[in-house]
Design a protein around this ligand. Structure first.
Ligand code: UN1
Length: 513
């Protein structure tokens, strides 16, 4: 069987001792026990990475803290120049890095490349931003006074990211944090450690070429215990964490306890509302890609379709029909739409969810199940399932990170569908399919979708980096990536300067001596 060029890809990315031994990125201070990274595509061991001990962590923090004093003094556009070089290097390495993402995480090769493209895009965005970290001038109520707002670098930013976007989510955070003058410590998912080693190798090379301290970008490896070193560490003013609501609840509370800031990007339970005027040509690919892309493991994956009763049968049949066209298999083989789930635990969660949906009264339209036989030896390949369900089923209210799509009906006005769409604890992404301007605008209004992302005539996943990314309620409230999300990586300072010879007090207070 062909290895799809994985060996060369790993070599190009500086991943050593493939299938054996320890991979040490140049800033991987790990001396703890090793984590083995197995590919869910074929079950084979890719390489091992050593984890970070408490002592290693202290060294990393020393490096990151001291690099911060150098880095914040560098003019922001010069920091942007470093990010520009990083983006160019990613352009050169798009193919091997995309392949590693696909191989280690299991998403389709197209989506692996797409993820690297997201990194390149955010670098471009950050480069421009490095000349636009603008504050404002504010009119003072006092004569001979001026007020200003400045944005200063924040410090060491801790990044905790999930397996499903093993490189892009780090880049969203780190590219912005760097132009803002911060240094970053990244704990990637222990399920995709080699992706983080590869990224670290790339940036370490750029920093070296520019004679900059490596501490500007650090990685730490391991499970939640390693993450805890950061969340409890008051030297880290901002923790940006992407992952489950369960994780975010703990991270948010721990960071708040020490008055740190956290940027949380947690679970979604994303729905598409399909109205009577929806165009099936748009609905079918939007809903199907949303539900099965990345094997249902995006935080923006489509979990629910809320379909008007008048078009229900037609839409259901079209979606079910499209599922019949899906090919499942090795994600590096470009003829496959869907790769495996990340691991066997995830397969069990998927199976349990289907059982639960059935037990609650769900009607299975497309059977799920684990695939067996040639090409499926890893035991992580599953069939995407479609189940008719009610919004108030406990399982429908839960985010299951797998390709299970729940169909439900609404009747009457779009308001009813919006109520159902909002009737979950999560608030990340949402969409409406309609050609009725009034329905679309209602959906986008204050009384419409309560999510951080609300789309018209496109699906729930696949956001561009230019917008702020994140959501409300149990999604955690954080915003990453585009728009003014950069502000969270800086500290705001309000300045009032008196250039008069008097000292008038604000609010007209008299204090005569
Ligand atoms: C995630 O799943 O954590 O909008 C991020 C999307 C991607 C990012 C998803 N651009 O689906």
């Amino acid at each position: 069987s062909t290895d799809f060029g994985i060996k060369e890809a790993l070599e190009q990315l500086g991943i050593k001792d493939v299938n054996h031994g320890t991979s040490t990125g140049s800033n991987n201070f790990g001396s703890g026990e090793e984590i083995s990274s197995y590919s869910p595509t074929d079950g084979s061991l890719i390489a091992k990475v050593s984890t970070t001990t408490k002592e290693d962590y202290e060294k990393v923090m020393e490096a990151a803290t001291s690099a911060f004093t150098t880095f914040r003094a560098m003019p922001a556009p010069q920091r942007g120049e470093i990010v520009r070089q990083f983006g160019n290097k990613l352009r050169e390495l798009k193919e091997p890095l995309g392949k590693l993402v696909s191989y280690e995480m299991g998403k389709s090769l197209q989506e692996g490349y797409g993820e690297v493209q997201e990194m390149i895009d955010i670098c471009d965005f950050a480069v421009g931003l490095s000349r636009q970290l603008n504050g404002q001038t504010i009119p003072s109520e006092r004569p001979g006074h001026v007020m200003r707002e400045q944005w200063h670098s924040l410090g060491v930013v801790g990044i905790i990211s999930a397996f499903n976007f093993p490189v892009a989510v780090w880049a969203w955070n780190t590219a912005l944090a760097w132009v803002c003058g911060d240094t970053c410590v990244w704990k990637a998912s222990e399920k995709t450690p080699l992706c983080s080693v590869a990224c670290q190798n790339i940036i370490a090379g750029i920093l070296k070429e520019n004679n900059l301290p490596e501490g500007i970008s650090c990685i730490i490896n391991g499970d939640y215990k390693v993450g805890e070193m950061m969340t409890t560490d008051s030297r880290i003013p901002l923790i940006s964490a992407t992952g489950s609501t369960r994780m975010g609840r703990i991270v948010g509370a721990t960071v708040a306890e020490r008055f740190g800031k956290s940027l949380l990007e947690l679970g979604g339970n994303n729905a598409i509302i399909i109205t009577p005027t929806a165009d099936l040509k748009v609905v079918v690919p939007g809903a199907v890609f949303g539900a099965v892309g990345t094997c249902g493991q995006r935080c923006t994956s489509t979990r629910r379709l809320i379909i008007h009763e008048s078009v229900y049968d037609k839409v259901r049949d079209a979606i079910v029909g499209a599922y019949g066209q899906l090919t499942i298999g090795n994600p590096l083989d470009e003829k496959n739409h869907i790769g495996p789930l990340i691991d066997k635990d995830s397969v069990n969660t998927y199976l349990t969810a289907i059982e639960k949906a059935k037990a609650e009264g769900g009607n299975v339209l497309v059977e799920g199940g684990v695939l067996e036989g040639e090409g499926y030896e890893s035991g992580c390949y599953v069939k995407p399932a479609i189940i008719e369900a009610e919004n108030d089923f406990e399982i429908v209210q839960t985010e299951t990170f797998a390709p299970i799509l729940y169909l439900m009906k609404y009747s009457g006005d779009v308001e009813n569908a919006i109520d159902t769409q909002n009737g979950v604890a999560q608030g990340l992404s949402s969409a409406i399919m309609t050609n009725e301007m009034k329905e679309a605008e209602k959906f986008l209004s204050f009384a419409g979708s309560d999510c951080g992302i609300a789309n018209v005539n496109i699906g729930t996943s696949g956001a561009e980096i230019g917008g702020a990314f994140g959501g409300e309620k149990e999604t955690g409230g954080g915003r990453e990536s585009g728009s003014d999300a950069w502000k969270v990586y800086m500290r705001r300072q309000t300045n009032t300067v008196n250039y008069s010879d008097e000292l008038p007090l604000a609010q007209g207070i008299k204090f005569d001596l």
